[in-house]
Design a protein around this ligand. Structure first.
Ligand SMILES: Cc1cc2nc3c(=O)[nH]c(=O)nc-3n(C[C@H](O)[C@H](O)[C@H](O)COP(=O)(O)O)c2cc1C
Length: 204
Protein backbone atom coordinates (compact mmCIF):
# COMPACT_ATOMS: atom_id res chain seq x y z
CA UNK A 1 0.00 0.00 0.00
CA UNK A 2 2.75 2.44 1.02
CA UNK A 3 4.66 1.55 -2.16
CA UNK A 4 1.58 2.36 -4.25
CA UNK A 5 1.25 5.77 -2.58
CA UNK A 6 4.94 6.56 -3.18
CA UNK A 7 4.67 5.41 -6.83
CA UNK A 8 1.54 7.54 -7.31
CA UNK A 9 3.29 10.57 -5.82
CA UNK A 10 6.31 10.05 -8.11
CA UNK A 11 4.08 9.82 -11.21
CA UNK A 12 2.23 12.98 -10.17
CA UNK A 13 5.54 14.82 -9.58
CA UNK A 14 6.90 13.66 -12.96
CA UNK A 15 3.78 14.91 -14.75
CA UNK A 16 3.90 18.24 -12.94
CA UNK A 17 7.56 18.93 -13.70
CA UNK A 18 7.05 17.80 -17.30
CA UNK A 19 4.24 20.34 -17.69
CA UNK A 20 6.26 23.15 -16.18
CA UNK A 21 9.24 22.42 -18.39
CA UNK A 22 7.80 22.67 -21.88
CA UNK A 23 4.15 23.65 -22.05
CA UNK A 24 3.09 20.13 -21.30
CA UNK A 25 4.36 18.67 -24.57
CA UNK A 26 7.83 17.36 -25.17
CA UNK A 27 7.41 18.02 -28.92
CA UNK A 28 6.59 21.74 -28.55
CA UNK A 29 9.55 24.03 -29.14
CA UNK A 30 10.38 26.46 -26.35
CA UNK A 31 9.60 30.14 -26.92
CA UNK A 32 13.31 30.87 -27.40
CA UNK A 33 13.57 28.04 -29.94
CA UNK A 34 10.67 29.58 -31.85
CA UNK A 35 12.42 32.98 -31.82
CA UNK A 36 15.82 31.70 -32.92
CA UNK A 37 14.68 29.12 -35.49
CA UNK A 38 12.31 31.50 -37.29
CA UNK A 39 13.90 32.84 -40.44
CA UNK A 40 12.70 34.47 -43.63
CA UNK A 41 12.45 31.39 -45.84
CA UNK A 42 12.94 31.88 -49.58
CA UNK A 43 12.66 28.26 -50.76
CA UNK A 44 9.72 25.99 -49.92
CA UNK A 45 9.19 22.22 -50.02
CA UNK A 46 6.67 21.60 -52.81
CA UNK A 47 5.66 18.19 -51.41
CA UNK A 48 4.27 19.55 -48.12
CA UNK A 49 0.80 21.08 -47.91
CA UNK A 50 -0.97 23.09 -45.21
CA UNK A 51 -4.70 22.71 -44.54
CA UNK A 52 -7.31 25.42 -44.10
CA UNK A 53 -7.79 24.15 -40.52
CA UNK A 54 -4.11 24.80 -39.80
CA UNK A 55 -4.34 28.31 -41.25
CA UNK A 56 -7.41 28.92 -39.08
CA UNK A 57 -5.43 27.86 -36.00
CA UNK A 58 -2.64 30.23 -37.03
CA UNK A 59 -4.92 33.21 -37.52
CA UNK A 60 -6.76 32.45 -34.29
CA UNK A 61 -3.40 32.94 -32.54
CA UNK A 62 -3.04 36.40 -34.11
CA UNK A 63 -6.26 37.39 -32.38
CA UNK A 64 -4.36 37.33 -29.07
CA UNK A 65 -2.19 40.23 -30.29
CA UNK A 66 -2.69 43.58 -28.57
CA UNK A 67 -4.12 46.49 -30.55
CA UNK A 68 -4.97 50.14 -29.96
CA UNK A 69 -8.07 50.21 -27.69
CA UNK A 70 -8.66 46.61 -28.82
CA UNK A 71 -9.63 47.91 -32.26
CA UNK A 72 -8.30 44.74 -33.96
CA UNK A 73 -7.85 46.48 -37.34
CA UNK A 74 -6.00 43.62 -39.06
CA UNK A 75 -7.67 41.49 -41.73
CA UNK A 76 -6.34 38.48 -43.62
CA UNK A 77 -7.06 37.28 -47.15
CA UNK A 78 -5.79 33.74 -47.66
CA UNK A 79 -4.83 32.30 -51.05
CA UNK A 80 -4.94 28.51 -50.71
CA UNK A 81 -6.56 27.36 -54.00
CA UNK A 82 -4.21 26.74 -56.96
CA UNK A 83 -5.85 29.56 -58.95
CA UNK A 84 -5.53 32.21 -56.27
CA UNK A 85 -1.99 31.09 -55.38
CA UNK A 86 -0.92 31.48 -59.01
CA UNK A 87 -2.54 34.91 -59.18
CA UNK A 88 -0.79 36.17 -56.00
CA UNK A 89 2.57 34.75 -57.14
CA UNK A 90 2.36 37.18 -60.08
CA UNK A 91 1.85 40.15 -57.74
CA UNK A 92 4.96 39.93 -55.55
CA UNK A 93 7.59 41.10 -58.05
CA UNK A 94 10.99 39.50 -57.68
CA UNK A 95 9.71 37.45 -54.73
CA UNK A 96 7.87 35.19 -57.18
CA UNK A 97 10.57 32.51 -57.42
CA UNK A 98 11.20 32.58 -53.67
CA UNK A 99 7.64 31.64 -52.82
CA UNK A 100 6.83 29.51 -55.88
CA UNK A 101 6.26 26.35 -53.79
CA UNK A 102 4.63 27.90 -50.74
CA UNK A 103 1.21 26.24 -50.29
CA UNK A 104 -0.39 29.32 -48.70
CA UNK A 105 -0.05 33.06 -49.35
CA UNK A 106 -1.65 35.45 -46.89
CA UNK A 107 -2.40 39.11 -47.63
CA UNK A 108 -2.62 41.29 -44.52
CA UNK A 109 -4.46 44.59 -44.38
CA UNK A 110 -5.66 46.98 -41.70
CA UNK A 111 -8.80 49.07 -41.51
CA UNK A 112 -7.91 52.78 -41.42
CA UNK A 113 -9.44 55.22 -38.94
CA UNK A 114 -9.59 52.74 -36.05
CA UNK A 115 -6.26 52.37 -34.26
CA UNK A 116 -4.95 55.80 -33.32
CA UNK A 117 -8.39 57.41 -33.49
CA UNK A 118 -10.99 58.40 -30.91
CA UNK A 119 -14.51 59.36 -32.01
CA UNK A 120 -13.27 59.84 -35.54
CA UNK A 121 -10.38 62.13 -34.59
CA UNK A 122 -6.71 61.32 -34.86
CA UNK A 123 -5.34 60.98 -31.32
CA UNK A 124 -1.74 62.00 -32.01
CA UNK A 125 0.83 62.60 -34.73
CA UNK A 126 1.10 58.91 -35.68
CA UNK A 127 -2.46 58.68 -37.03
CA UNK A 128 -3.06 55.55 -39.11
CA UNK A 129 0.54 54.59 -38.42
CA UNK A 130 -0.96 52.90 -35.33
CA UNK A 131 -2.99 50.68 -37.64
CA UNK A 132 0.21 49.65 -39.39
CA UNK A 133 1.74 49.11 -35.95
CA UNK A 134 -1.12 46.83 -34.90
CA UNK A 135 -0.91 44.99 -38.22
CA UNK A 136 2.78 44.35 -37.56
CA UNK A 137 1.97 43.00 -34.11
CA UNK A 138 -0.64 40.62 -35.55
CA UNK A 139 1.78 39.51 -38.23
CA UNK A 140 4.48 38.97 -35.63
CA UNK A 141 2.13 36.64 -33.75
CA UNK A 142 1.40 34.93 -37.06
CA UNK A 143 5.02 34.23 -38.00
CA UNK A 144 5.95 33.05 -34.50
CA UNK A 145 2.90 30.82 -34.15
CA UNK A 146 3.67 29.46 -37.63
CA UNK A 147 7.16 28.54 -36.46
CA UNK A 148 5.76 26.92 -33.31
CA UNK A 149 3.53 24.80 -35.58
CA UNK A 150 6.56 23.73 -37.62
CA UNK A 151 5.89 26.07 -40.56
CA UNK A 152 8.01 28.77 -42.16
CA UNK A 153 7.18 32.20 -43.48
CA UNK A 154 8.35 35.07 -45.65
CA UNK A 155 6.98 38.55 -45.09
CA UNK A 156 6.91 40.43 -48.39
CA UNK A 157 6.73 44.19 -48.58
CA UNK A 158 7.39 44.03 -52.31
CA UNK A 159 3.89 43.42 -53.67
CA UNK A 160 1.33 45.10 -55.92
CA UNK A 161 -1.24 46.53 -53.49
CA UNK A 162 -3.64 47.72 -56.21
CA UNK A 163 -3.82 44.37 -58.00
CA UNK A 164 -4.16 42.49 -54.70
CA UNK A 165 -7.05 44.78 -53.77
CA UNK A 166 -8.81 43.83 -56.99
CA UNK A 167 -8.03 40.12 -56.69
CA UNK A 168 -9.54 39.81 -53.19
CA UNK A 169 -12.11 42.63 -53.42
CA UNK A 170 -10.40 44.40 -50.53
CA UNK A 171 -12.46 47.45 -49.45
CA UNK A 172 -11.01 50.94 -50.01
CA UNK A 173 -10.93 51.67 -46.25
CA UNK A 174 -8.31 48.97 -45.76
CA UNK A 175 -4.60 49.52 -46.39
CA UNK A 176 -2.85 46.56 -48.00
CA UNK A 177 0.27 45.70 -46.05
CA UNK A 178 2.45 42.59 -46.37
CA UNK A 179 1.90 39.34 -48.22
CA UNK A 180 3.13 36.45 -46.06
CA UNK A 181 4.18 33.15 -47.61
CA UNK A 182 3.51 30.09 -45.46
CA UNK A 183 4.99 26.64 -46.00
CA UNK A 184 7.80 24.30 -45.04
CA UNK A 185 11.45 25.19 -45.51
CA UNK A 186 13.37 23.39 -48.23
CA UNK A 187 16.88 23.47 -46.73
CA UNK A 188 18.30 25.50 -43.87
CA UNK A 189 18.10 29.30 -44.20
CA UNK A 190 21.01 31.42 -43.00
CA UNK A 191 20.69 34.01 -40.24
CA UNK A 192 21.48 37.56 -41.36
CA UNK A 193 23.73 39.42 -38.92
CA UNK A 194 22.16 41.60 -36.27
CA UNK A 195 23.42 44.97 -35.09
CA UNK A 196 25.37 45.17 -31.86
CA UNK A 197 23.04 45.47 -28.88
CA UNK A 198 24.56 48.80 -27.84
CA UNK A 199 23.72 50.26 -31.27
CA UNK A 200 20.03 49.87 -30.58
CA UNK A 201 19.59 50.44 -26.86
CA UNK A 202 20.40 53.20 -24.41
CA UNK A 203 19.86 52.86 -20.69
CA UNK A 204 19.31 55.95 -18.55
C1 LIG B 1 8.11 44.65 -43.53
C2 LIG B 1 9.03 43.61 -44.15
C3 LIG B 1 9.09 43.48 -45.52
C4 LIG B 1 9.90 42.51 -46.10
N1 LIG B 1 9.88 42.34 -47.47
C5 LIG B 1 10.59 41.32 -48.02
C6 LIG B 1 10.47 41.03 -49.40
O1 LIG B 1 9.70 41.66 -50.14
N2 LIG B 1 11.23 40.02 -49.89
C7 LIG B 1 12.07 39.27 -49.11
O2 LIG B 1 12.72 38.36 -49.64
N3 LIG B 1 12.19 39.53 -47.79
C8 LIG B 1 11.46 40.51 -47.22
N4 LIG B 1 11.52 40.72 -45.86
C9 LIG B 1 12.36 39.85 -45.02
C10 LIG B 1 13.60 40.57 -44.47
O3 LIG B 1 14.54 40.73 -45.50
C11 LIG B 1 14.18 39.73 -43.30
O4 LIG B 1 13.25 39.72 -42.26
C12 LIG B 1 15.51 40.25 -42.78
O5 LIG B 1 16.51 40.16 -43.77
C13 LIG B 1 15.97 39.47 -41.54
O6 LIG B 1 16.06 38.07 -41.82
P1 LIG B 1 15.26 37.01 -40.95
O7 LIG B 1 13.80 37.30 -41.12
O8 LIG B 1 15.64 35.66 -41.52
O9 LIG B 1 15.67 37.14 -39.53
C14 LIG B 1 10.71 41.68 -45.27
C15 LIG B 1 10.62 41.80 -43.89
C16 LIG B 1 9.77 42.73 -43.33
C17 LIG B 1 9.65 42.79 -41.82
Amino acid sequence: MTNKIILGAMVALFMLTGCAGNNGSSSSPSFDEVLTSRRSVRSYDASKKISEAEVRELITATQEAPSWANQQPTKYYVAISPEKLAAVQDLVGMNKERIANAPVLIVSTFERGKSGFFQGNQTNEIGDGWGAYDNGLSNCYLILKARAMGFDTLIMGMRDAGQLRQLFSIPENETVMAVIALGYRDGEPTRPNRRALDDIVRFF
